[in-house]
Write a protein that binds this ligand. Structure first.
Ligand code: MG
Length: 221
C-alpha cells in the first residue's frame, strides 16, 4: 500500500480522532489500512468481520468505521485480561488498566467506552472470552478476519487454525505484528503469515507496516 492520504479522506473524521486518542498499539497508517480492507470486503449488510484481540478498542474503531459505513457487522473478541506483554512487570503493562479487585488487567471497560463514544454499538459486537473457547462454537463464514491476539507461538497458531478456516473465498485475512526480521519483533505472527501463504489457500495482496493482508483463493488452511 503506497499512500494512505486517499483512505484518510473517506473515513469519518470524528471516528478517526477517537481512534487515535484510544490506547493501543495500532499506528494510524495501519489502522487506515484495516479500515480500507474491511470496507472492501464488506460488500453487503450480511457481511461479517472478526477481530481477534481488541484491547481498548483502537483497531476496533478503524474496523468499526468500515462496518458502520457498509452496514456490516464486526465481532470483536478478547478476554480483556491482556496479552502476555501487558501483564505486571512486562514491557507493555499499563497501570491504569490494572484492576485491584481481581488483581488482573481489565480492558473491557475501556473497550466499551471507546465503542459507545464512537457511536458504534449497532455495528460492533463484543465477544468476551478466550479465543479457543468461542471458536469451538463459531460457525459463521467471515468476509474479514483480523488476527492480533496472543503473540506466543501456541496462541498465534491456535488463532490461525481456529479462525482462518472461516474466511470465505475472496475474503480477507489480516495479520498484525508480522516482522520478517527477528530483531524487529516476535516470530509467531510472522510464522502464521508464512503458514497461510504455504497453505496455498491464501495469497498475499498487500501490506502496511507490520500488517499483512491475504485473500482466500482456495479451500484449506
Ligand atoms: Mg498487534
Amino acid at each position: 500500500m503506497k499512500n494512505t492520504s486517499e483512505i484518510k479522506k473517506s473515513i469519518d473524521k470524528n471516528l478517526l480522532k477517537l481512534a487515535l486518542s484510544t490506547k493501543g498499539f495500532m499506528p494510524e497508517d495501519e489502522g487506515l489500512a484495516l479500515y480500507k480492507y474491511f470496507k472492501l470486503s464488506a460488500t453487503s449488510k450480511s457481511c461479517c468481520g472478526m477481530e481477534i484481540g481488541a484491547y481498548c478498542g483502537r483497531s476496533t474503531l478503524f474496523l468499526g468505521a468500515a462496518a458502520k459505513e457498509s452496514g456490516a457487522t464486526l465481532f470483536s473478541l478478547d478476554h480483556h485480561r491482556g496479552s502476555e506483554e501487558n501483564q505486571i512487570g512486562w514491557e507493555h503493562h499499563d497501570r491504569e488498566l490494572f484492576d485491584p479487585i481481581t488483581g488482573k488487567l481489565e480492558s473491557l471497560n475501556k473497550w466499551r467506552e471507546s465503542i459507545t463514544k464512537a457511536d458504534l454499538d449497532q455495528s460492533v459486537v463484543g465477544l468476551v472470552g478466550y479465543s479457543e473457547v468461542v471458536a469451538k462454537f463459531w460457525q459463521t463464514s467471515l468476509d474479514f478476519l483480523f488476527i492480533d491476539g496472543g503473540h506466543s507461538r501456541p496462541s498465534a497458531f491456535k488463532d490461525y487454525r481456529n479462525w482462518a478456516k472461516h474466511v470465505k473465498k475472496g475474503g480477507i485475512l489480516a495479520i498484525h505484528d508480522v516482522f520478517e526480521n527477528p530483531e524487529d519483533g516476535g516470530r509467531p505472527p510472522y510464522e502464521i503469515f508464512l503458514r497461510a501463504k504455504e497453505s496455498k489457500a491464501f495469497v498475499e495482496i498487500d501490506s502496511m507496516g507490520s500488517l499483512r493482508f491475504l485473500s482466500r483463493i482456495a479451500q484449506g488452511i
